[in-house]
Design a protein around this ligand. Structure first.
Ligand SMILES: NC(=O)c1ccc[n+]([C@@H]2O[C@H](COP(=O)([O-])OP(=O)(O)OC[C@H]3O[C@@H](n4cnc5c(N)ncnc54)[C@H](O)[C@@H]3O)[C@@H](O)[C@H]2O)c1
Length: 340
């Protein structure tokens, strides 16, 4: 049994909580949130951009308002951090130093130097650190990654990724709309595609981004459009949370290779479709489930087995923050940013 303590019972924490409650190899021992209602026996659900969570039953868990008190009082194997992004680094370091393995929500941290602090603490303590880059575990994206790796797509020539969300009005104290805390849609939403693109194609030579600012004050990061400059194919990604509330959450990709085109959109039926140049369109067979379930099952098994995760290493999650930061720089300077 992996003994888990979960901090941050907002939108994402509630998703994780419900997954842990269904897992056979996990005992959710303790939960923590600064909002007393959220850390109460019957916690109200927090909606997000992928649908509502149900009301939570926390009667079986020790409930804390203070994170350091939870760390001091509980014997845990794994601490799960679902708090706002600007708190990831200090909470991760504290949990690692208190002797726990850590799963921390994406993006790894607000800045690259905070990512470095987290990596240093994991190395020093010898405890495992896993960043919840769920898209790498999302079934349709896994199908694409496997087809690219197996050469079924042929040589990739063009790739396009899209992520569109209603404005994140659910965030506690509006933290998501403050770019200093969240990095805006660029770091919070778009990081999913940045991370997946890097895992699929490696680090680009350069990025060219344009952004705009409608909801947030400050940096133009509500909406981003980036070209990733690779040697021999074109790759773009667009993400934004400046959409009418009535517009449903969308994530989508089209990847064209010499073998055919793979298309995915949550708005399509079927969502995933393979169009080969030399045959009829098909929908590949794959296991269902969500990336959230798959990533937590994967890392809890790593903890159970004492085996460091090979998928989403801390360095790779840091690289995603580094490239997103270069995109922010490109938006600001309006120039191509060369990636060293
Ligand atoms: N993987 C995904 O698809 C996905 C989706 C949404 C959010 N996220 C990530 O999850 C994290 C949380 O986002 P969210 O949308 O759930 O935000 P949220 O505002 O809904 O929830 C954050 C929770 O943390 C609590 N909190 C804040 N400071 C705290 C502290 N010091 N101690 C204890 N609790 C504290 C807040 O009270 C709140 O309940 C972010 O890093 C975000 O990027 C990931």
């Amino acid at each position: 049994m992996v003994r888990v303590g979960l901090v941050g019972l907002g939108f994402m924490g509630q998703q994780h909580l419900q997954i842990y409650q269904d897992m056979e190899n996990v005992e959710l021992v303790a939960v923590c949130d600064v909002i007393p209602e959220r850390a109460s026996e019957k916690a109200p659900s927090v909606g997000g951009n992928i649908g509502e969570a149900a009301e939570l039953d926390l009667s079986a868990q020790a409930r804390y308002l203070c994170f350091s008190e939870m760390l001091e009082s509980e014997q845990l194997d794994l601490v799960d951090i679902c708090t706002p992004t600007h708190l990831h680094a200090e909470m991760t370091v504290a949990a690692l130093q208190a002797g726990n393995h850590v799963v921390c929500e994406k993006p790894m941290a607000r800045t690259v130097s905070q990512c470095d602090e987290m990596i240093a603490a994991a190395q020093k303590t010898g405890n495992m650190l896993f960043i919840a880059q769920c898209i790498r575990f999302w079934p349709e994206y896994e199908v694409l990654a496997k087809m690219v790796a197996d050469g079924e797509l042929g040589e990739v020539k063009a790739a396009r990724f899209i992520r569109q969300s209603p404005a994140p009005g659910w965030a506690s104290e509006g933290w998501l709309l403050d770019p200093k805390l969240s990095g805006g849609a660029l770091l919070d939403l778009h990081i999913h595609d940045v991370d997946f693109i890097l895992s699929l194609f490696g680090t680009p030579n350069a990025v060219l981004s344009r952004g705009m600012n409608i909801l947030a004050d400050g940096a133009p990061v509500d909406h981003v459009d980036t070209q990733y400059l690779y040697d021999d194919f074109v790759c773009t990604a667009q993400a934004g949370w400046v959409n009418p509330d009535s517009f449903p959450f969308n994530m989508a990709f089209q990847v064209l290779g010499t073998g055919g085109l793979m298309e995915f959109s949550v708005g399509n039926d079927p969502m995933l479709r393979w169009y080969p140049f030399d045959g009829e369109p098909t929908t590949p067979e794959y296991e269902g489930g969500s990336g959230y379930e798959n990533e937590l099952a994967y890392f809890c098994k790593c903890v159970e087995d004492g085996t460091p995760p090979e998928r989403v290493t801390p360095h790779s999650a840091r690289e995603s923050v580094r490239i997103a930061t270069a995109e922010a720089q490109s938006i600001e300077t309006r120039e191509i940013v060369i990636i060293g």
